[in-house]
Design a protein around this ligand. Structure first.
Ligand SMILES: [Zn+2]
Length: 184
């Protein structure tokens, strides 16, 4: 009888798990809904391969492809609301440099989400940017991807003279990337 009961409990537990899993599909919600299926599959794959090496591999964000403006390519508004610049995604499907820029962007935005950041326009954001970069760089390392791409990117931005805006301190980000990428 006890054995029977424990089997039933195990079965219920398994059913419980599978119901839970069905409620949490493996896929990522991509908006807008009329996004081209090829683009949808592409962006989903790019997100999932990075999420797999994070502290929460089961986590699934909502990803919206849109024009963000201000020269930004990504922004995280809430714990699972990530926006990615649509033109970068389209370019990344055919251009390798753009693909790596997209991967850095995704890793950085996931870094914000994993750190529990919400978008703010205060000085706090500069701290958040450094924290998100540190996580993004760590994900690149776990994937065996070139860490140097982060350093090179910030070096390029500095060279162009885009040193700082209210939310981004490029020099600090460059210094941090250089430091994190110099350690294996
Ligand atoms: Zn950021």
């Amino acid at each position: 009888m006890t054995n029977y009961l424990s089997s039933v409990i195990v079965i219920f537990a398994l059913i419980g798990c599978s119901t839970f899993n069905t409620g949490q599909p493996d896929g990522i919600k991509v908006f807008p809904r009329d996004t081209n299926p090829k683009t949808r599959v592409f962006i989903e794959r790019e997100f999932l391969q990075i999420i797999a090496v994070t502290e929460s591999p089961e986590w699934r964000p909502t990803v919206t492809l849109e024009h963000i403006g201000r020269g930004w390519v990504g922004v995280t508004y809430g714990p699972s609301d990530i926006r990615i610049e649509r033109s970068l995604v389209e370019l990344a499907m055919t251009d390798e440099a753009a693909l790596w820029a997209l991967r850095r962007t995704i890793a950085h935005e996931i870094g914000h989400a994993m750190s529990g950041h919400r978008f703010t326009t205060t000085a706090r954001q500069q701290m958040n940017e450094l924290e998100a970069d540190a996580k993004g760089i760590e994900y690149f390392k776990r994937l065996g991807w070139p860490c140097k791409l982060w350093v090179d990117n910030f070096a390029r931005v500095l060279k162009r003279g885009y040193d700082i805006d209210a939310e981004h301190d490029t020099k600090a980000r460059y210094d941090q990337a250089q430091q994190l990428c110099s350690t294996a």
